[in-house]
Design a binder for this molecule. Structure first.
Ligand code: T4K
Length: 371
């Protein structure tokens, strides 16, 4: 059996020869960034693929969050989830907002609309929800809360690329959604991100903000930032968008093998599918190590690591447990999120895993279950 490290993910990479002609095009054009041809093409192609009217490609997902908040003029308190990657909350603070944590729903693992409504104060201006692991939020429930209280609703859809709903595009909900195209994501551009929205004027504002606020050569209309996607990133995205459905299908097949192998194990809980999801993207494979499993979560994490299987505890600790957020409103009462964070383990899942890799994970977890 191989002892090479098996990481939680591995970026999908096309054969290098396929990238080379695109590199040559960039070299020939000498246009490296600032709204080049590949960035423009990627926006058009993503709009088609994601069924999203307006797409702005950006340098990364964190800047996408910051720009969405800025473009929508969000200030004051923003209700958000503690069960996410820390960038979700960091972006709020970088944007001058005050994060307020609300608990998550135990099934979707996303913000519970009732908990959001209970956390609203006269200072609340927006909701920043996350489709964690690509599992859709209760978008109707959250929109109803936002509408009742006149709040902006932004989705951190960093994990949700390629998820399809029976009802249509996952990207249609809220005022805007952001995506991450980081190397660890199902669809990636090394680093990268995007904001998706319906409103043409909002896209125009985002495009202004991502380039320092410049309108033409001499006018600066807003305090923008540099959040542009460069041509290398964009060309890579144009190339790999063509193979993304294959990547997702390969992941789906591995996830199905995991589910079949792990379903009989006592104390290892798999997530149930959510109604209305036509296609999941299998960006992550979280399992929850509960009473009845012979090892606790951290012991299983260590056991797998000793065998070169580098699973990850996404998302532990809760964001609200990091020092800078401990005293934030809501941080002291998040029982559902805490239970999930304390029991979760994300197993390796990526399209290039071969049969032996998959068997290695299944065998290691099954052996631990017999400890
Ligand atoms: N919102 C949400 C909900 C997010 O999850 C994220 C990012 C963001 C916002 C912010 O988006 P970005 O600004 O990042 O675009 C990783 C990623 O850095 C981060 O993008 C991601 N979420 C988060 C969930 O995971 P780490 O610190 O766990 O990454 P790292 O370097 O430990 O990588 C994990 C494994 O992946 C490695 O053990 C090996 C493999 N790997 C990683 C990289 C970078 C590779 O094989 N090749 C690589 O190039 O944060």
């Amino acid at each position: 059996m191989s002892d090479k490290p098996l990481y939680v993910t591995e970026p999908a990479l096309p054969p290098f020869e396929q990238f080379e002609p695109l590199l040559r095009e960039i070299w020939a054009s000498r246009r490296l960034t600032n709204g080049g041809a590949f960035a423009t093409r990627l926006e058009t192609e993503l709009a088609g693929y994601l069924e999203a009217p307006q797409v702005s490609v950006l340098a990364n997902g964190t800047l996408a969050l910051m720009l969405a908040l800025k473009a929508l003029e969000v200030e004051g308190e923003v209700i958000t989830t503690p069960y996410s990657f820390v960038a979700t909350t960091h972006a709020l603070v970088w944007s001058g907002c005050t994060p307020v944590f609300a608990d998550i729903d135990p099934v979707s693992l996303n913000l519970d609309p009732a908990a959001v409504e209970a956390a609203i104060t006269p200072r609340t201006r927006a909701i920043l929800a996350v489709h964690v692991y690509g599992r859709p939020c209760d978008t109707a429930g959250l929109q109803a809360v936002a509408d009742r209280h006149g709040l902006r609703l932004i989705y951190d859809a960093a994990h949700a690329f390629g998820v399809r709903l029976d009802s249509g595009s996952m990207m249609a909900a809220g005022d805007a959604a952001i995506l991450s195209f980081h190397a660890t994501k199902v669809f990636h551009t090394f680093e990268g991100g995007a904001i998706v929205c319906r409103d043409e004027a909002l896209k125009a504002r985002i495009d202004l903000l991502r380039n320092f606020g410049f309108k033409g050569e001499t006018r600066v209309l807003a305090t923008g930032i540099n959040a542009k996607m460069n041509e290398l990133q964009a060309a890579f995205g144009c190339l790999t968008l063509g193979s993304i459905d294959g990547e997702i299908a390969a992941r789906a097949a591995i996830a199905a093998r995991y589910r079949a192998a792990f379903a009989p194990l006592t104390g290892l809980r798999l997530l149930s599918g959510l109604p209305g999801v036509a296609r999941h993207n299998h960006g992550y494979f979280p399992v929850f190590i509960e009473a009845g499993f012979p090892l606790d979560r951290d012991a299983l994490y260590t056991r797998l690591r000793e065998q070169g299987i580098i699973a990850r505890r996404y998302f532990y600790p809760l964001i609200s447990d990091f020092d800078m957020y401990r005293d934030a409103p809501g941080a002291d009462h998040l029982p559902v999120a805490r239970r999930m964070a304390d029991t979760v383990l994300c197993l390796p899942l990526f399209g290039a895993m071969d049969d032996a890799d998959v068997a290695r994970v299944i065998d290691a977890v099954s052996a631990a279950a017999r400890t």
